[in-house]
Design a protein around this ligand. Structure first.
Ligand SMILES: [Zn+2]
Length: 381
C-alpha cells in the first residue's frame, strides 16, 4: 500500500492523504507578490537587521531554498530561485502548488492584512478547493470602534456582527495574545467604559485590555451558542506579542468557565509551549491543539520534537495540522510537505517504540492531516 509507514526514508509516503488546512491566510495580489523579497517569507521578524542580514542564516531558510530549487528545477541559490519563481504565471502557480500540496480544504483568517491579500471570495474563485472564512474577533471589534459612542453600544454591535458572520464562517479566531495576552480579566462596567473612551481617544491599533477582554468574552459566548470552534493564537509569532503572555496555560480561566464547557478551543501554533498545550488537550474535553507555523518555521529536529511533545499527552484525535501560510503559494506547499514528512518520521518511531501498531499509525496520520479538522469544522448548515 502507498504510504507504508514501515518503509524508512520514504519522505513523501503520506502524499496521498489530503491536508485539511484549518488555519491559513490568503495570497498576495500579484503586483505585491512580484515585488516582495523572498527573505520576508521565512521569518516572523520585521526588524530590518534580521530581514537584511540574518534571515538567510536560519535552518528554515537554507532548507527551504533547496526545496524550492527542487520544485522549480533550478540551482539552490537565492537569485536562481527568485528568477525561476518570477518567470511563472502567478494564478497558475497558486493553483498548481495547492494541488501539489494536496490541500483539500482551506480555512482563511482574513483579518490579517486584508488590503494586500486575496479576499475569501477571490480565493474560492481562484483556488481548486473549498475555502471558508474564519472571523477574527479583534478585527471586527476594531472596525466597529469608531461607529459607537459607548462600550455597551459597541459590544452590542459586535454581537450582531458576529452572529451574522457566524452563520457561514467555519470558526472564530482571537489574536488577543498579540495585544494584551491570554489571561482574560473580568472588567467592571466602569473600567470597561473608561477603557473604551481611551481606545476612542487614542485611535490606532486596539490595545485596551478591558475592552479587548470584554469583547472576547462576548465572542466566546456567541461561539458556544452557535457551536463554532474558537481558534486562539498561542506561542510563537511576530514580535507584536509578548511571548510570556502567549502561554496557553493562561487560558485556564476561559476553559474553566462553566457556561463555556461546550466550547471547542483550538490552540494554534503553540511553540515553544507544545507540551503545555498537549496537557490542556489531555485534560479538557473541548481543547484541541495545532502545530501550524511550528511546522515548517523551525528546524527538522524541532518539527519532529514538537510533534512528539504534542503526543506526550494529547489524544491523537485532538491534534491538528495547518500551514498558517500566507502571501506566497510556496509556503503552503512547504508547510504541507514538512507536515507529512514529520508525521511520517514520528509515526515510524511510535511503531518502533510500541506506542502504536503499524495500522494505528496509519490511522493516526490520516486523523492528523484530515479527519480531526474535518470533523471539528464540519459545516453546520
Ligand atoms: Zn496565522
Amino acid at each position: 500500500m502507498k504510504g507504508d509507514l514501515n518503509t524508512p526514508n520514504q519522505p513523501d509516503a503520506l502524499d496521498h492523504i489530503p491536508l485539511y488546512d484549518h488555519h491559513a491566510h490568503a495570497l498576495f495580489h500579484e503586483d505585491l507578490w512580484r515585488a516582495a523579497p523572498i527573505g520576508g517569507y521565512f521569518t516572523e521578524a520585521y526588524d530590518p537587521l534580521i530581514l537584511e542580514r540574518f534571515v538567510q542564516d536560519t535552518l528554515f531558510y537554507r532548507r527551504s531554498l533547496r526545496d524550492l530549487a527542487e520544485l522549480y528545477g533550478c540551482d539552490p541559490h537565492h537569485e536562481a530561485v527568485q528568477a525561476a519563481r518570477l518567470s511563472r504565471d502567478y494564478p497558475q502557480l497558486c493553483a498548481e502548488l495547492f494541488r501539489r500540496a494536496n490541500i483539500g480544504h482551506l480555512l482563511i483568517d482574513d483579518g490579517f492584512s486584508p488590503e494586500r491579500l486575496w479576499s475569501v471570495t477571490q480565493s474560492q474563485a481562484r483556488l481548486p478547493l473549498p475555502v471558508r472564512r474564519v472571523v477574527r474577533i479583534e478585527t471586527e471589534l476594531q472596525g466597529l470602534l469608531p461607529l459607537h459612542d459607548s462600550a455597551t453600544a459597541l459590544l452590542d454591535a459586535l454581537e450582531v456582527q458576529l452572529r451574522e458572520a457566524g452563520n457561514t464562517a467555519a470558526a472564530f479566531k482571537s489574536i488577543i495574545a498579540y495585544r494584551t495576552g491570554l489571561d482574560l480579566g473580568h472588567p467592571s462596567e466602569a473600567e470597561l467604559e473608561r477603557s473604551f473612551q481611551r481606545a476612542r481617544a487614542n485611535g490606532g491599533k486596539l490595545t485596551e485590555k478591558h475592552l479587548l477582554d470584554a469583547a472576547l468574552w462576548r465572542g466566546l459566548r456567541i461561539a458556544a451558542e452557535l457551536k463554532l470552534p474558537v481558534q486562539f493564537h498561542t506561542g510563537y509569532g511576530d514580535p507584536d506579542l509578548d511571548l510570556r503572555l502567549a502561554n496557553p496555560l493562561h487560558l485556564r480561566g476561559v476553559i474553566e468557565t462553566p457556561d463555556l464547557r461546550e466550547l471547542k478551543v483550538v490552540l494554534l501554533h503553540c511553540y515553544p509551549f507544545v507540551r503545555e498545550a498537549g496537557y490542556l488537550a489531555s485534560v479538557y474535553g473541548g481543547v484541541y491543539l495545532d502545530l501550524g507555523l511550528t511546522i515548517p518555521y523551525t528546524s527538522v529536529a524541532a518539527m519532529r520534537a514538537s510533534l512528539q511533545e504534542a503526543l506526550h499527552l494529547s489524544p491523537v484525535t485532538k491534534l491538528l495540522i495547518s500551514t498558517d501560510a500566507q502571501r506566497t503559494p510556496e509556503l503552503y506547499w512547504l508547510a504541507a510537505r514538512w507536515a507529512r514528512r514529520t508525521i511520517g518520521t514520528v509515526m515510524r518511531q511510535t511503531v518502533q517504540d510500541g506506542d502504536l501498531s503499524a495500522a494505528e499509525a496509519e490511522w493516526a496520520s490520516e486523523r492528523l492531516l484530515w479527519s480531526n479538522a474535518a470533523e471539528l469544522y464540519a459545516a453546520r448548515y
